[in-house]
Ligand binder design. Structure first.
Ligand SMILES: NC(=O)c1ccc[n+]([C@@H]2O[C@H](COP(=O)([O-])OP(=O)(O)OC[C@H]3O[C@@H](n4cnc5c(N)ncnc54)[C@H](O)[C@@H]3O)[C@@H](O)[C@H]2O)c1
Length: 396
């Protein structure tokens, strides 16, 4: 495969846009498709609608050189990639594949013999086969004549451009020819190692990576709550335990958020209900940790009220789901803030990465918070919070 191909990226969000931009930067014609016209307009103006270091310059350059064009409609291409959301639905945390399915349906009329169709969205095991079935039901003449593969994304928000290029990738086709074709494609813009497998294993690889992190974070979060009761500083404890040459405990926090670690493990639990006991428990511990943080803050507020005879002004530092990004999806910090506001507490929220966050708390700067607050709590480890005064209680 060479650069003389046309690529279509379905979904221009945190994953789709940087991937489309990186591919276009290699001199490949990329059409980015999104259902939100405002996203399409922003990109066609050479601008971006998300926060990701270095992405703005690359998109601007790609658009100016004519290699990246955004649209709300699909056209013929050689390679179709899907990076649309895969949330869960209902009370049982079942994966909701409606966006992947609608993106696939948008592509189907434009598919031609020899095309490569790749899903990058985090997906439950069997999704690529399901989409293959959908395609071949609508276009039976394509069976055996197109290539279909799954390739999960494992980038770290805030470092996406580097990791897209340099991370290893698991690439699984629905048959060997599809795997090979997909590897040839990723070789055009990925310098990390490409690991060929089948579609089901590639799908599960992503889910297991996220579940593994979730289980390890749950261990740290459980320790933090035990230590609180035991009167032990959990940070010192973990630091000491990690001096053991074969121990590596992660850091506790406000909970677990984002669209990956807080979501993907449920895709395993919902399908393997009896077997996935540890994965389910880890999810529950990490969710419980967030409730625990809320209780801690409420207790400190009550203590203040008893001593001072008035309700405190409480500053919460951080709303994003992890340090140094603007992404608020499934954010435990945002959940804490909203729960406290709902319960009538006077909350100031500080989020340097999203000055207009969708919160009912009053958003202020670090300086304003320090000036106005009675109690302060650090919920996210943003670098801007590194030198906060010691009396601010640290949950991260
Ligand atoms: N954000 C991450 O760090 C990350 C990391 C690894 C994997 N993932 C996975 O990648 C996938 C995409 O995540 P994201 O963070 O980029 O989501 P996102 O919400 O930032 O972007 C998705 C985009 O898809 C668009 N969209 C929805 N339906 C569409 C359709 N039918 N056709 C075209 N566009 C459509 C939306 O308008 C949105 O702009 C998810 O499955 C997610 O779990 C995300």
């Amino acid at each position: 495969m060479n650069n003389n191909i046309k690529v279509t990226m379905m979904g221009l969000g945190y994953i789709g846009l940087p991937t489309a931009a990186l591919i276009a930067s290699k001199g490949i014609q990329v059409r980015g498709v999104d259902v939100q016209p405002s996203v399409v307009d922003t990109i066609n103006n050479g601008k971006i609608h998300i926060v990701e270091p270095d992405l703005d310059g690359i998109v601007k350059h790609d658009v100016e050189r004519g290699y990246l064009k955004a649209s709300t409609t699909v056209e013929q291409a050689d390679v179709f990639l899907i990076a649309v959301p895969t949330p869960f639905k209902g009370n049982n945390f079942e994966p909701d594949l409606k966006y992947v399915e609608s993106a696939t349906r948008m592509i189907i009329p434009h598919l031609e013999e020899g095309n490569l169709f790749i899903i990058e969205s985090t997906s439950p095991v069997g999704t690529t086969e399901k989409m293959a079935e959908l395609i071949f039901t609508e276009r039976p003449e394509l069976k055996g004549n197109i290539y279909l593969a799954y390739c999960p994304e494992r980038v770290l928000p805030g470092n996406v451009i580097y990791e897209l290029k340099n991370n290893d990738r698991a690439i699984g086709g629905i048959d060997d020819a599809s795997t090979q074709k997909a590897c040839d494609f990723y070789r055009l813009f990925v310098t990390g190692e490409l690991h060929p497998t089948n579609a089901r294993t590639a799908e599960m690889t992503k889910l297991v990576e996220n579940a593994s992190r979730d289980v390890q974070i749950a261990f740290a979060n459980e320790l933090s709550m035990i230590c609180d009761e035991a009167g032990i500083d959990v940070w010192e404890l973990i630091n000491l335990a990690n001096k053991h040459p074969r121990v590596n405990i992660l850091q506790p926090g406000t909970g677990v958020g984002g669209h990956c670690i807080a979501v993907a493990p449920w895709f395993i639990v919902s399908e393997f209900k009896e077997k996935a006991k540890m994965i389910r428990t880890a999810r529950e511990i990490n969710n419980y940790k967030t409730e625990w943080v809320i209780e801690k803050i409420k207790n400190k507020a009550l203590e203040f009220e008893l001593n001072e005879g008035r309700k405190p002004v409480i500053a919460c530092f951080g709303l994003a789901f992890k340090p140094n990004i603007d992404d608020l999806r499934e954010s435990p910090a945002l959940y804490v803030v909203e729960a406290l506001v709902k319960q009538g507490f006077n909350i100031l929220a500080v989020e340097p990465h999203a000055s207009n966050a969708n919160t009912r708390a009053r958003q202020v700067t670090i300086e304003e918070a320090l000036e106005q607050m009675d109690l302060g709590f650090k919920l996210v480890g943003h670098r801007q919070f590194n030198s906060l005064p010691d009396f601010i209680l640290n949950f991260v």
